[in-house]
Design a protein. Structure first.
Length: 215
């Protein structure tokens, strides 16, 4: 959970990403639902490049060894978590529909990829900012009190995303993003109030866009 100072710093950084004349309607932190399946490694982008060619061979070997160890450890942890994830999905329901090639799947992969290439845990914090034109999804690149930088993971058009029926969501802190092709993906918000506020902001913008101007 980010501190109030970190929240304020990230919010200020997000305002610098807005286009001229673009208004921020709502912003909150959150994350992809913990019960969302982990995507295959082949679908993720390459990590940031390591040491330059001038680095010593020893450093490269050590980094490769560490990376191999982390990969093996990650596989072991995933295997250990598998029955618990299956049990969690049984109680919490599905967290995505449409597969990795759907609009929702590509959205999730872009968020995963942003964390992956910046050496963040795939389920790390993300920030969602609603404007009249887009849903801007960003992750903190650094989380220092005096130096916070955010990286845009994805920014779907407001015409392409909506909120899935709340009656279909088993938890109050959960919000399901529904995409134009009918696919959807679950987000976890810091509170039920934040989930309601984000849903209201998205619904309000959808209604405003679909309501013809008065003559």
């Amino acid at each position: 959970m980010p501190t109030r100072t970190e929240q304020d710093s990230v919010r200020m950084q997000i305002t610098t990403l807005l286009q001229p004349g673009e208004t921020l309607h709502y912003v909150t932190d959150g994350e992809l639902d913990h019960h969302l399946p982990k995507p295959p490694a082949r679908l993720l982008p390459e990590r940031r490049s390591g040491p330059s060619s001038r680095s010593s061979v020893l450093v490269v070997v050590v980094l490769l060894a560490i990376n191999a160890f982390e990969t093996v450890l990650d596989l072991l942890l995933e295997a250990a978590k598998w029955p618990f994830r299956r049990l969690g999905r049984l109680f919490h329901g599905r967290c995505m529909d449409g597969g990795w090639t759907s609009d929702a799947g590509r959205f999730a992969l872009e968020v995963y990829g942003a964390h992956w290439t910046h050496n963040h845990h795939p389920f790390g914090d993300l920030w969602l900012a609603v404007t009249a034109d887009r849903l801007l999804v960003a992750i903190p690149e650094q989380r220092h009190l005096s130096d916070v930088t955010v990286t845009v993971a994805t920014e779907p058009s407001r015409d392409d995303v909506a909120v899935r029926d709340a009656s279909l969501r088993p938890r109050r802190r959960r919000l399901d993003l529904l995409f134009r092709d009918g696919s959807w993906v679950a987000l976890k918000l810091p509170s039920a109030a934040a989930a309601r506020s984000l849903a209201a902001a998205l619904d309000e913008q959808t209604v405003n866009r679909r309501t013809p101007p008065a003559r």
